[in-house]
Design a protein around this ligand. Structure first.
Ligand SMILES: NC(=O)c1ccc[n+]([C@@H]2O[C@H](COP(=O)([O-])OP(=O)(O)OC[C@H]3O[C@@H](n4cnc5c(N)ncnc54)[C@H](OP(=O)(O)O)[C@@H]3O)[C@@H](O)[C@H]2O)c1
Length: 238
């Protein structure tokens, strides 16, 4: 048996696809969500239909106390938790000139602080062979973006991935996946991705399964750590 994987922000979109994809590959799921309770319950039902267990863990990851208690709650119910996938994130548009302190703090609380302390607590409990995968973004290679605080937070999480991989080796592997154009932001339709996709080498958007396959590759390769894998149709090449 593969064991349990904790996925943050897994009620919807890419996190949900990861929960279902990993369940189909034999993983039990500890599914974290924040506001999307109904979607979390329906995702849990689909995981169970795939023959795996699924426990639900609501938490607001902008709240340091909720972050502090999440890993102990997960290990109490799922003592064989072997993988943490830091997927939950916020993504708000604002160039540097429009970035407020609040916008900066929220991006860093949810996209950097929470993954860092969840990883620290997870690594203290997961034992030999634990794994952490951080969801980053092809934008970490860019020097110009109207999503300034978001891009900076993902660049910080990429640096964290390498620093943590070094400190936690050989007991725990830490890797990152950078999706590119996969799902449009809330409020945008497929034409948003189709328009942007004309500018990337692949010439088309990717699918959530491309991200699932990238994560599975990292989980299944025991000699890979500190790796940042772009699942972005070459977008990072510029
Ligand atoms: N979509 C893409 O094409 C794309 C491209 C590049 C990188 N990525 C990265 O891939 C990951 C998944 O992308 P996505 O588009 O599927 O993400 P998303 O829909 O923007 O967000 C994923 C989840 O994060 C959770 N979340 C937000 N604020 C939270 C908070 N305060 N506390 C706890 N959870 C919170 C939400 O959970 P609830 O719904 O339960 O509130 C949400 O469903 C992200 O890390 C993103 O940066 C995605």
């Amino acid at each position: 048996m593969a064991g349990t994987v904790l996925i943050t922000g897994a009620a919807r979109r890419i996190g949900r696809a990861l929960a279902l994809g990993l369940a189909r590959h034999g993983w039990d799921i500890a599914l974290h969500y924040h506001r999307s309770r109904q979607e979390a319950e329906s995702a849990a039902e689909q995981v169970r239909q795939a023959g795996r267990t699924c426990e639900l863990f609501p938490a607001d990851l902008s709240d340091p106390q909720a972050v502090r208690t999440l890993i102990p709650r997960v290990f109490e119910k799922c003592p064989h938790c072997r993988v943490l996938i830091n997927n939950a994130s916020i993504f708000k548009r604002a160039p540097l000139s429009e970035t407020t302190e609040d916008l900066f703090d929220r991006h860093f609380a949810i996209n950097v602080r929470a993954p860092l302390f969840l990883s620290k607590d997870f690594a203290a409990r997961c034992g030999e062979g634990g794994q952490i995968v951080n969801l980053l973004d092809a934008k970490i290679e860019r020097t110009f973006t109207p999503y300034f605080a978001y891009a900076l937070s993902k660049k910080a999480l990429a640096a964290f991935t390498e620093l943590a991989a070094r400190e936690l080796a050989p007991r725990v592997r830490v890797n990152g996946v950078c999706p590119g154009l996969i799902l449009p932001p809330e409020g945008e339709g497929p034409e948003y991705l189709a328009r942007l996709a004309k500018k990337i080498p692949a010439g088309r958007p990717g699918a959530v399964d491309d991200v699932v396959r990238a994560v599975l590759f990292l989980l299944e390769n025991e000699f890979v750590t500190g790796q940042i894998l772009f699942a972005d149709g070459g977008e990072h090449l510029g």
